[in-house]
Design a protein around this ligand. Sequence first.
Ligand SMILES: [Zn+2]
Length: 306
Amino acid sequence: MSKYTGFFILASLLHFLCAMIRAYFIFLLTIVLAGCEEVDRLLGQSSKKPKIEYSYACLDSSVSGGTMNRRLEQAGDLIRDLAISEKKITDTLQTSYGTAFHEDAMQTKMFVINKDPAINRKLNEVLNRLLSAREDPSEIRYAIYALRDTMVNAFTFGGRIYITGAMLNKCAGKDELLYAIIGHEIGHSEVGHIKATIQDMELSNKIFGNEKGATFFQLKKLLTASFNQKNELEADYYGINLTNQLGYDVCAAVTFWKQMASNENRYNRVEDFFRSHPFSEMRATCLSTHIITNFNRNCGNIKPKI
Ligand SMILES: [Zn+2]
């Protein structure tokens, strides 16, 4: 063995040793970092409120037709994914869509706004309290209006919330219901339903042009009726969580949907609002289950789990 060979073996051994030490330190560092992350996670969790559980199993009843709903939902998701890859819809853009919609509605006299100061003061108070209770607020700018309308209804677009006189009558003396209804409308914006709607609108205009785009948009709306049901329930949960957080009686919404259920046939056929919303009885059941699971409060008359 020449002295060069000896040197080469020694150098190789040293190199191998260094590589082992380096690997050992990297391994050690990884473990320490992972451990730190776990500790952070546990600390973060312990300082937070109990996690809210969400269930949509109640929509899969024989009334809503589970399998068909899931298929339609998948179709809706597919269209939505396409739309998402097309363009990012910012909170600012959503707000400007809301402004444009509102201005158009005023110009074409689509709505008659009730300017009664007491009503508007009340609505703004409820809106602002709900907005301040949001956990991870968007930057969407909100505004609320009372409409002179005899149909029990509430709806929203781009941060503008509209609530009819008939709905306000239903809420008379029941702040807890008003909070749940307005909270529901805020939920549509905060969890991204309006964003998805705008994406659909932009995508359909891009593919089909303005005129045909509108048709595509309507078709998609019909096709994804079940997707709407899930959205409605998601917004219901959002509204009820905020209502609970502000200390109001969460069972009022359950009572409201039970009442609406007794009028279902009458309303159901007349207005889009009631077609796109889950059947009221089912909605009351879903809400009752959500309330008993998360807030340990029994609103009574809960059907067995499906
Ligand atoms: Zn809704």
